[in-house]
Design a protein around this ligand. Sequence first.
Ligand SMILES: NC(=O)c1ccc[n+]([C@@H]2O[C@H](COP(=O)([O-])OP(=O)(O)OC[C@H]3O[C@@H](n4cnc5c(N)ncnc54)[C@H](OP(=O)(O)O)[C@@H]3O)[C@@H](O)[C@H]2O)c1
Length: 343
Amino acid sequence: MSHGRYKSPITATLSGIKDFFRKQQLEDRLRDSDRIDGKTCLVTGANRGLGFAIASELAQRGGRVIMACRSGIPEAGDIIKAATRSNTVEMLPVDLSDCESIHSLCRTLERRGAVIDILVLNAGITPPKSRQSKQGQDLMFMVNYLANFILVNRLLKTGVVPNNTFAGTVKTEQKIARIIFISSDSHQNASAIDYEEFGRYEPYGVTKAINNYSYFKLVLSTMATELSRLLAPEGKVDVSVNAVCPGPVNTDIIREAPLLLRVVLRFIFTLFFQPPVKAARPVVYLCVSPEVSGMTNLYMAMFNRKNMDPKVYDVAEGKKLWNESARVWKKIDPEAEGFLLTV
Ligand SMILES: NC(=O)c1ccc[n+]([C@@H]2O[C@H](COP(=O)([O-])OP(=O)(O)OC[C@H]3O[C@@H](n4cnc5c(N)ncnc54)[C@H](OP(=O)(O)O)[C@@H]3O)[C@@H](O)[C@H]2O)c1
């Protein structure tokens, strides 16, 4: 079954461009004076593209930045250190397609007693067809969705992301931590979550790969919404959890597309898409702005506040997704039981 909203990557791309020309209501709300000195940020997939731009801007604003990446170590970090004159940028290795590697990253943070104030879940892929992860999952499902579920469970359970709800680690004077999911507005109108297929590997080709990209963003946004509910018991926000679509960004995310398609998309990307530095700004706004401190379950499409697809807000669906994600995680990972948030 096909899950996405778009029949082709060209229509998906053109739809992104249309949004790009809308007025950006909150564009001037990110101020140069919004600083995060002394705060620790972790950005996944920060060695290139949007993640690199987010990490650079957070370092520029005084944050200690951990770039959690599978490649570009240490070059990407060195570039940011030199450009921002920061000596508090470092890179830690992680392959988000592999549960063991995710645990290894978390263990490093736990051993150090790290406290992550701002967590940006950015890494994502657009493979042209199905591929299997080390633990036998669909690779796009694993990197774009389940890895994020695993990370938030373990980092909250162990208090690396400080919270009272699951770890009892927030000191009263401490500011509320922020978790930001990088979604995509292409999730709007993707099909409902298919639990028959959920966590089951089935080979597919390019059309379904395109559809699955927006579909997994819908799954991710639904999980983010459920997490925002879990972290605001009785309406009191413990950790803020927000999602953002950066809009069309001129990155190399299409590097694995079939050659002809890649040439067409590269042309459109270069001509119409915004540079990562600009696309990172709404993400950075959610990371640093005092205006959104303690606010949760916000969604921004670039600099516009917006609703996500209505399916994302369905409470029963959020709980079901959480339970199904836990089931799949436990099936593929012996360490899951110890770090699953009990809700
Ligand atoms: N570009 C757009 O127009 C657009 C629009 C809306 C949303 N987004 C979202 O923005 C986010 C960033 O995309 P981008 O455009 O910046 O793409 P990109 O330039 O391809 O960057 C993707 C990042 O994810 C990392 N990554 C991929 N697989 C990984 C794995 N197994 N383990 C660890 N890291 C992994 C990549 O690392 P490697 O360098 O090692 O591959 C890279 O750092 C994604 O979530 C994407 O869905 C992008």
